[in-house]
Design a protein around this ligand. Structure first.
Ligand code: MN
Ligand code: MN
Length: 470
């Protein structure tokens, strides 16, 4: 082959074939610096927002500091927030066009898999004090054994008073744990079983103490010691656990991962990688063309049911409120939503080189190749998912190109392998255009999820572009 012909074929190849971009390949010093700085702020957010309630408080704090006012209190201003029951929050930046031109929405979720305490959690067995749990969301149970755990949450007493708890995060704090069986004795009860049978939800009991109160004659003296301690320290009694939301989460902060510090390891990155990106993007958005909303939902990990979840009427209520404030007919709410464009900001499983068999490598998201979007999720016949319209996907491609967002299209797993749902299909009910778009993770849904700092930054850039694009 002649040199000119070779060149021609090379050009043809470059023109016709898609070639994914590794973010690091195009990262000049300024971009690297921005990626690193963003990673620092992101880790701080992860540490301050380990539960949905903590996330709402932190998002509200940052929004207020940037001039957002309370929408529910009808405070005037172009930037507002709507905190619903302390478990879900929406930030709004007023656009230049009327609401009926449509909104720009980025919806993410701020709940993560964890162990919730049961209603009657406290018991003693074999002279040790424990708390019983019911796990929340999709976990691999064995990942929660033999690791330091923290307890975060609230206790509401019958007199209306409220106790907030965080134990296990400060270096001086005690931590808790779910004990695992020693390998010497685990053959029959664990090793010979299927993994799904070997670890039982009912055995995810948290060890919280071993001191007795009184002497051998005292009944339930280990449980009594614990309850006595809880009353002295927090003023709570056993009955107060009935109206509590106490969540057991991995103890300790998010960390840089790798010699090169290019990755972040930590709990709750599904979906706080996208939540933080949406927060950072909406905080930077000034007088956009279209009114822009960042929605931070609760209960996604358990199917988006409940009054603080994406299936609730919250979005409609906010649109009606915005219409009223703009002097327009709140009945136009459906028209506003049908004219709107949305991103469902949620993570996806990145291609794991140790388990290529579950991925379809041509269509899986790869670490370091930018924010990943899914036209559709689901599995085995595209059930239970939103399948974005091609026209909308084309528009997303166009704005990402315009704004220099490094992106990839990534599907979660092989066609028949299983899959995951997001809030996209619940928001799509309103008739708006929506696509899933978020950060690829390794070890997704584990107590220590892994993200690339490059992809985290591109997620932020993607949402910022979306809010600002025409
Ligand atoms: Mn998620
Ligand atoms: Mn999830």
């Amino acid at each position: 082959m002649e040199a000119s012909e070779k060149n021609e074929l090379k050009e043809l190849r470059e023109r016709l074939m898609i070639s994914p971009t590794l973010v690091w390949d195009q990262a000049n010093p300024a971009l690297r610096e921005a990626i690193t700085a963003y990673g620092e702020e992101y880790k701080t957010f992860l540490d301050r927002a380990k539960t949905e309630r903590e996330a709402v408080a932190e998002i509200e704090r940052q929004a207020k500091a940037r001039g957002f006012v309370d929408l529910a209190a009808n405070a005037p201003g172009p930037k507002s927030y709507y905190n619903y029951k302390g478990k879900t929050i929406v930030l709004v930046v007023q656009g230049r066009r009327p609401l009926t031109a449509g909104l720009r929405l980025v919806g993410t979720h701020i709940d993560s898999p964890r162990l919730d305490l049961k209603q009657y959690p406290v018991y003693e067995d074999t002279d040790l004090a424990f708390l019983k749990t019911h796990y929340y969301g999709g976990i691999k149970k064995y990942q929660w054994l033999a690791r330091p755990l923290a307890i975060h949450g609230v206790v509401l007493k019958a007199d209306g008073s409220r106790v907030e708890l965080v134990v296990g995060e400060n270096p001086g704090d005690p931590v808790f744990t779910v004990c695992d069986l020693l390998p010497h004795l685990a053959r029959k009860s664990q090793m010979d079983k299927k993994v799904s049978d070997a670890f039982e939800g009912e055995k995810l009991n948290v060890l919280v103490g071993s001191l007795p109160l009184g002497d051998k004659e005292t009944k339930d003296r280990f449980k009594l010691y614990l309850l006595n301690h809880l009353e002295e320290k927090y003023g709570i009694r056993e009955e107060d656990f009935i109206s509590a939301e106490l969540e057991v989460v991995p103890a300790g902060p998010a960390r840089d991962l790798g010699w090169d510090r290019s990755l972040v390891g930590g709990y709750g990155q599904d979906d706080r990688s996208c939540s933080y990106a949406a927060l950072a993007a909406v905080l930077e958005t000034e007088a956009p063309e279209y009114t822009s909303l960042a929605l931070f939902y609760d209960k996604e990990e358990v199917g988006s049911d409940g009054n603080t979840a994406a299936k609730s009427c919250l979005l409609e209520e906010i649109v009606e409120t915005l219409l009223e404030r703009a002097g327009e007919n709140p009945q136009a709410r459906r028209r506003v939503l049908m004219a709107s464009k949305a991103i469902s900001g949620d993570v996806t499983g990145a291609l794991d080189p140790d388990y290529p068999e579950v991925h379809e490598k041509r269509n899986a998201a790869k670490m370091g190749y930018g924010v990943a979007f899914h036209k559709y999720g689901g599995s085995g016949g595209k059930y239970n998912t939103n399948d974005s319209n091609a026209e909308y996907v084309a528009w997303i491609r166009k704005i990402f190109q315009e704004y220099g967002v490094v992106w990839q299209a990534g599907q979660l797993g092989k066609v028949d392998e299983g899959g995951g749902g997001t809030i996209a299909k619940y928001l799509a009910i309103h008739g708006l255009e929506i696509i899933d778009c978020g950060t690829p993770l390794l070890s997704m849904h584990s107590p220590f999820e892994v993200a690339s700092k490059a992809d985290l930054y591109m997620t932020f850039k993607a949402y910022r572009a979306f809010f600002n694009a025409l």
